[in-house]
Design a protein around this ligand. Structure first.
Ligand code: 5CA
Length: 437
């Protein structure tokens, strides 16, 4: 893509309404545009990053055997009346009436809808276990939407739902999701901490939040450095090993502000291992057994032909929130640097251009074509602007690698720079292999 053709409305001014770095940057680099309070359009740069995150989330869901489907955003109030949450959910639920006067709502979450799908299709223990998921827009009429897409009204969420025959079996599904979440956040280059959590309006008594470290996070967390040393590769994908994995994670001290007790922390965590940091919740998983299946009559025949209620859990990842959360986790010294796995481009070529010298631009175009052929997603900054402005702009956009075509290039060697590091002279072949690894 040529920068001059890209729809990327970069602004110089710091947006006054944006209080945190990710919100400022997403507005400044034209990743998003607010359409009304808590509701955003995703412009090409932001959309590209979100789609890359979505792809990783999807791959990791599929790899633990979850099956993708798609449920609608608009739901009927009937099923919510059955579960008892239609009144309980309160003002966060956006309620709509259709032309026949039927009460509808924009789904804030999908426990009821998936239970309805499940009860009408599955009748026998033979079809269990199942994990279904979708990636879909949700709406919560947040009283105080803030920090851009971090806490907004309309957001993009991956939500999965597990169905099992017994509590014991259901915990195995829970552990699979726990594992898949940690792998997902690793691939996004984030340090995630699973913390035992309150269940709120979703319900149940087993729940974990996944919090990633970021200086501007809303929650303060206390934990032990050891939690970052657990290597997921040491666990196999079987029930026993995944049970051990969850135990290994959950036996390590973690607490948020509300539950923090200094004496307990000092007793359980050696001074040199104590981590006190800020974090952002990017995922939340719940086991709530038959909270929905009993009132909604989601029953199946067990081996003896007896009717039993299905045991369920639900598992959410804030896909759109992750775009902002990743920025918060990676922003450093006024430079944004995307993890390679989700960067909007793999590399940017920055030629030094002037009115009477188009040689660098021609050289850059040649490199551009060459990289394209190798399936490298490359951005070419063909805008006629001085180099210092260009560098400032690319520090904002955060593409992790730069090829600078200017006075420093020598023969076939090019100036290559990894953001936040010093530049070096490398051959194009060496550059390609750096980008690809
Ligand atoms: N049904 C369950 C699991 S599928 C559920 O809805 N869980 S949740 O309420 O915790 O939401 C899941 C994830 O969605 C959160 O961890 C968070 O990352 C994201 N999320 C929730 N509310 C918002 C919001 N207002 N703006 C942006 N992301 C949000």
């Amino acid at each position: 893509m040529y920068l001059s053709k890209l729809f990327i409305p970069i602004t110089k001014d710091l947006p006054a309404e944006a209080k945190i770095k990710s919100h400022q940057l997403m507005l400044r680099t034209g990743m998003i545009k607010q359409s009304s309070a808590g509701i955003y359009s995703w412009l090409p740069l932001g959309f590209k990053v979100m789609k890359k995150i979505e792809k990783i989330v999807r791959e990791e869901q599929n790899s633990v055997g979850a099956q993708e489907m798609l449920m609608p955003t608009i739901q009927s109030s009937e099923i919510w009346k059955e579960s008892g949450r239609y009144d309980d959910y309160g003002e966060e639920m956006l309620r709509i009436t259709d032309r026949q006067g039927r009460e509808m709502l924009y789904g804030p979450t999908n426990e009821e809808l998936i239970t309805d799908v499940f009860r009408s299709s599955i009748k026998s223990y033979k079809s269990l276990p199942q994990i279904l998921y979708h990636i879909q827009w949700k709406f919560r009429d947040e009283i105080r939407p803030r920090f851009g897409v971090m806490r907004c009204k309309e957001f993009y969420m991956k939500d999965a739902y597990s169905f099992d025959l017994s509590d014991e079996e259901a915990k195995k599904s829970y552990n699979k999701m726990f594992f898949s979440y940690l792998k997902t956040f690793n691939r996004l280059g984030l340090k995630a901490i699973p913390m035992s959590a309150e269940t709120g309006p979703i319900g149940g008594d087993l729940s974990h939040e996944f919090i990633i470290l970021a200086d501007t996070g809303e929650s303060k967390i206390y934990t032990d450095k050891k939690i970052f040393e657990i290597n997921l590769k040491n666990y196999k994908f079987n029930d026993l090993s995944l049970k051990k994995m969850r135990e290994d994670f959950t036996q390590i001290y973690t607490a948020t502000d509300e539950k923090f007790d200094k004496d307990d922390f000092d007793k359980k965590v050696e001074k040199k291992n104590q981590v006190i940091a800020k974090g952002i919740e990017v995922g939340h998983i719940f086991y709530f057994s038959d909270k929905y299946s009993i009132p909604m009559n989601c029953m199946i025949d067990d081996k003896e032909g007896k009717k039993i209620s299905v045991k369920m859990g639900s598992y959410g990842i804030g896909v759109s929130r992750l775009v902002a959360a990743t920025i918060e986790a990676n922003y450093n010294n006024d430079v944004m640097k995307w993890p390679k796995s989700i960067s909007p481009f793999d590399v940017v070529i920055i030629p030094s251009i002037s009115k009477n010298n188009k040689e660098n631009l021609q050289k850059a175009e040649k490199i551009y074509k060459d990289l394209k052929k190798q399936n490298i997603d490359v951005l070419l900054d063909d805008v006629d602007e001085n180099m210092s402005n260009k560098f400032k702009k690319h520090d904002l956009i955060g593409v992790p690698y730069q090829i600078i075509v200017g006075s420093k290039s020598e023969g076939s060697n090019l100036e290559f720079k990894e953001l936040n590091l010093k530049s070096e002279l490398l051959s194009l072949d060496n550059i390609k292999s750096k980008i690809k690894t």
